[in-house]
Design a protein. Structure first.
Lengths: 405, 526
């Protein structure tokens, strides 16, 4: 009864519908790839003064939020993507812990970090030919400090210094990410900061505990020790949150350090993630792991693994100028959208990708970094230089950084 | 930083006026004043003609005086004016125009709060205004790098703290937020809660007395909060009354109001027996009407937690929960307990006891030994009221257990008709079973106490207005003994007698209590 063309058309329509349904389901899903077999990483053997000795001097480095640089090294040493033959490697990893020189209060001092990095690169370029082959374009470094490879904690001076010149061609794996910023160079991979996965998992409450807090935030609003005049810290956004919403019953915000911080986040619908001195913070990781919708107040921020995780579907973005209208914005989000975001956050692979558990697990942050590196393969034409061609300027930078380490 | 500003800025004497701080914004002269304070502007202006240096000195002195007057560093204020305007110069025009609006609305606040931290005066000015006519390109390097590096509109430097004119919650939005949370919690229940919520049948024996409205209102509100479909079966001793019916009708719940012919006796032992018979009567009604669901025995004076209703959804045939027993003492004399008694006295909980493998091993019951001889016998007596053995409130049944025929009905359940027929004492629900060991312990094997048993009653002869409505208005007037206002004199009262004769006559005629004096009546009118 049906003609062949009509039948074909019907079939095509059915197929289109099926595809649409399938892809519709995929919207909001994180990319779950397996990096094993897609890339090979060679780990340089540097003298212990660059890595192990530093950690031995101050074991606090293993638990602060910059600990990814150490754990990434340990992960790669026993990973399936590691190759002992550098000639077949796609990527080269240099284990130098630049964020492990801590003050007595535990803050990393990065004054010597550029020198440490330059010294490490001089070492690998001397004993292996692979650096000079590409001037670092197939090398990656983990620089988890506040402003990445600018190696300074204050934004103004970090921008002045810029990314360390010798790292200009390398791929930087860093926590800092902001569009059009001097400290985020093209091709960098943004990752979440280190959070203690075992501690967070030990404090999970039953999922049927009703979410009875509307908006939750714990942290500083004014940094009186570093910014006594006000207006510098968080570009005034955190102070704005406090001044506008301190008397609002729907906002549970304070500078307290409650012992039930993790449990409270699991009872909240929205968790504020405003910028501080830098736009990134472990709050985002905590919000995702505890199923609380992150409200990102940081203009132009680049979120971790943004090519694998569909942040637009999951998080709520509020411009810093719109902070006074935050309550209107949050209450006018349609309920279906909120429920969908919570559904997406429930996905265990989402939570897994933001964590760096010890030992490593499939789908975790380490694997996401490898996925991101694999996505950059195969290397483009500009990567391999002609013999004798030099692009980087080794004398560029401040005179203090030129000193040997 | 300030040194570079000085040579290019256009100085105007108008900058000197303190009140014209706003006007000074547009003039570049502000920067001169700012630089004069603190920063060694003299060094920067070195090499000028003596006339200009004296001018600078005068300006400096003037700014010092102004600062003294205002109470904060005037120069810093002006400095930030300029600094923030250039900081926001690269931002989009729309934001700066809205910022201007904000600036104008908040300027008034700053002058009054100069003694507070500098945060406050950042409010009004840092929002920026007209960009300075000369945009000096040789501004500080830090500022430039941030803005000039690429087309980023995010600027490093000082920003204003944006506060809206009325930073208080909007009630409409608060309601919307609550509705969002309700919906989120509903979704959570759908995801993690009970998959197929079963109907809850609540059996309550009651009777009309002074505390009935108190108890039933509390229970009513508890039941209204239960998120499952619910039917409230109220058995009333002495027949149904309008007062009870109207109370139940206002609840908005599905009610089955059953009359019970016998009146409620006045002593506790008989009252317990009658209540048990009332409950059995309710069970028979459930059986007749083939009502389906989980039966919860909610006595009107008990207090129930919401988790109880979540927990009873899990019952298969018959379950037991832990009940906290609140044996209230009406007077200040607590039963004198010896030290030994205090140590040996177990917690006042009735419920299932489990062995280590989580199976029912026995029962915890209330230890009434310390109270022997001191318990209340008559309802309303000021003495502890104790439960008897196992209270019905701690048990939940699957209504299908009572039906004549039901799929999967276990054999250890007695037929309901066989129970209570020979007039035997119906102590607790275990008599419905042949084998009491098949009762399921609920609430984490009895560890969680889900409801509390309490008996609070007024004396049986205590009066209360019918339906708690005062109709007609009160005629009995008791003079207040200790009013804060002075008692009226008899002179005044005689005046009032003349002015309001009619009212008084009417009142006097209605009430035949001659013992009341005239003065008493006047006092009432006052």
């Amino acid at each position: 009864m049906w003609t062949t063309t009509a039948r074909a058309r019907a079939l095509a329509l059915a197929l289109a519908v099926v595809l649409a349904v399938v892809t519709a389901e995929d919207i909001g899903r994180i990319k779950e790839d397996d990096p094993t077999g897609r890339l090979k990483v060679y780990v340089y053997e540097l003298p212990l003064k660059y890595n192990k000795n530093i950690v031995a001097k101050d074991p606090r480095c293993l638990s602060h939020m910059f600990a990814v640089e150490i754990f990434m090294h340990r992960f790669l040493l026993s990973s399936a993507v590691r190759t002992l033959n550098p000639d077949e490697a796609d990527w080269f990893y240099t284990p130098v812990y630049t964020t492990c020189d801590l003050t007595p209060w535990g803050h990393p001092l990065t004054t010597k970090s550029p020198r440490m990095m330059r010294s490490a690169i001089k070492f690998i370029s001397k004993y292996w030919p692979y650096w000079n082959r590409t001037e670092g374009a197939d090398h990656f470094f983990v620089t988890p400090h506040d402003f990445g490879a600018c190696f300074w904690f204050q934004e103004a001076k970090a921008i002045e210094r810029g990314v360390l010149p010798v790292l200009r061609r390398a791929t930087l794996v860093q926590t800092f990410g902001q569009n059009n910023h001097a400290c985020l160079q093209d091709g960098s991979i943004t990752i979440p900061p280190y959070t203690p996965a075992h501690k967070m998992r030990a404090r999970l409450v039953p999922p049927e505990t009703p979410r009875s807090i509307f908006v939750y935030f714990r942290g500083l609003f004014y940094d009186t020790s570093n910014d006594p005049e006000g207006g510098y810290y968080a570009r005034g956004a955190r102070a704005s949150v406090w001044e506008n919403f301190k008397s609002n019953p729907m906002f549970d915000i304070s500078t307290d350090h409650p012992p039930t911080y993790y449990e409270d986040m699991q009872r909240a619908v929205f968790c504020l993630c405003p910028l501080g001195w830098a736009p990134w913070s472990p709050r985002l990781v905590e919000a995702v792991v505890f199923g609380c919708i992150p409200v990102i107040i940081a203009d132009d921020i680049v979120l971790p693994f943004s090519d694998a995780i569909p942040w637009d579907e999951i998080a709520v973005f509020v411009a810093e100028d719109d902070v006074p209208k935050l309550d209107t914005i949050l209450t006018s989000i349609p309920t279906e959208v909120i429920l969908r975001k919570q559904e997406l956050l429930e996905n265990p692979s989402m939570k897994q990708s933001m964590l760096f558990p010890q030992p490593a697990e499939p789908g975790d942050g380490f694997h996401q970094i490898l996925n991101a590196l694999a996505r950059k393969l195969p290397h483009g034409k500009g990567v391999f230089l002609k013999p004798g061609q030099r692009v980087l300027n080794w004398t560029e930078g401040s005179p203090d950084d030129m000193k040997p380490w | 930083m300030m040194k570079s500003l000085l040579p290019q800025s256009q100085l105007r004497r108008s900058a000197a006026a303190a009140a014209s701080a706003a006007a000074a914004r547009s003039s570049g002269g502000a920067s001169g004043g700012g630089g004069a304070d603190g920063v060694s502007s003299d060094a920067g202006a070195g090499g000028r003609a003596p006339a200009t240096s004296t001018f600078w000195f005068l300006l400096h002195a003037l700014c010092c005086l102004v600062s003294l007057f205002l109470g904060f560093r005037f120069s810093r204020l002006l400095f930030f004016l300029l600094f923030s305007t250039t900081a926001l110069y690269s931002s989009t025009s729309s934001s700066s125009s809205s910022a201007v609006l904000r600036a104008t609305t908040t300027t008034t606040t700053t002058t009054t709060t100069t003694t507070t931290t500098t945060n406050t005066f950042t409010l009004s000015f840092a929002a920026g205004s007209n960009p300075p006519p000369s945009n000096p390109s040789n501004h500080s390097a830090a500022l430039d790098d941030a803005a000039g590096h690429t087309q980023s509109h995010v600027v490093v430097g000082r920003h204003g703290i944006r506060i809206r004119p009325w930073p208080h919650p909007d009630p409409v939005e608060v309601m919307r937020a609550h509705r969002i949370m309700e919906r989120v919690q509903e979704e959570q229940r759908r995801w993690y809660g009970v998959k197929e919520p079963r109907h809850v049948l609540v059996v309550t024996p009651t009777y009309s007395r002074a505390f009935q409205a108190l108890h039933l209102t509390g229970l009513l509100h508890s039941l209204r909060n239960v998120p499952y479909p619910l039917t409230w079966i109220v058995v009333e001793a002495g027949g149904t009354t309008n007062a009870t019916a109207s109370l139940l009708a206002r609840s908005g719940l599905t009610i089955v109001h059953i009359p019970f012919p016998d009146r409620m006796p006045h002593d506790w032992a008989d009252r317990h027996a009658t209540e048990n018979r009332m409950r059995l009567h309710a069970l028979r009604v459930i059986r007749e009407r083939k009502m389906d669901g989980v039966i919860v025995f909610a006595d009107d004076s008990n207090v129930h937690s919401m988790e109880l209703f979540d927990e009873v959804q899990k019952v298969q045939w018959m379950g037991a929960v832990s009940v906290g027993i609140l044996a209230h003492t009406g007077t200040a004399d607590q039963p004198r307990l010896s030290e030994e008694d205090k140590q040996n006295m177990p917690l006042p909980v009735q419920g299932p006891a489990c062995n280590s493998s989580g199976q029912l091993a026995g029962w915890h019951t209330f230890n009434s030994l310390p109270f022997t001889g001191k318990t209340a016998t008559v309802v309303g007596e000021a003495a502890p009221v104790l439960p008897r053995g196992l209270e019905w409130a701690g048990f939940v049944l699957n209504s299908r257990m009572l039906w004549k025929e039901a799929d999967g009905k276990p054999d250890w359940v007695k037929d309901l008709d066989a129970v209570g027929e020979n007039g035997e004492e119906i102590e607790n629900p275990l008599i419905l079973l042949n084998d009491a060991s098949s009762v399921e312990p609920l609430g984490n094997c009895g560890k969680k106490i889900l409801l509390w048993w309490l008996r609070v009653e007024a004396r049986a002869d205590s009066k209360f207005p019918q339906g708690w409505v005062i109709e007609p208005p009160l005629e009995v007037v008791i003079p207040a003994k200790r009013t804060p206002w002075p008692e009226t004199t008899t002179e005044l009262s005689s005046e009032l007698v003349d002015t309001k004769p009619d009212q008084e006559d009417r009142r006097l005629s209605r009430t035949n209590r001659s013992s009341r004096s005239r003065s008493t009546t006047k006092r009432k009118e006052n």
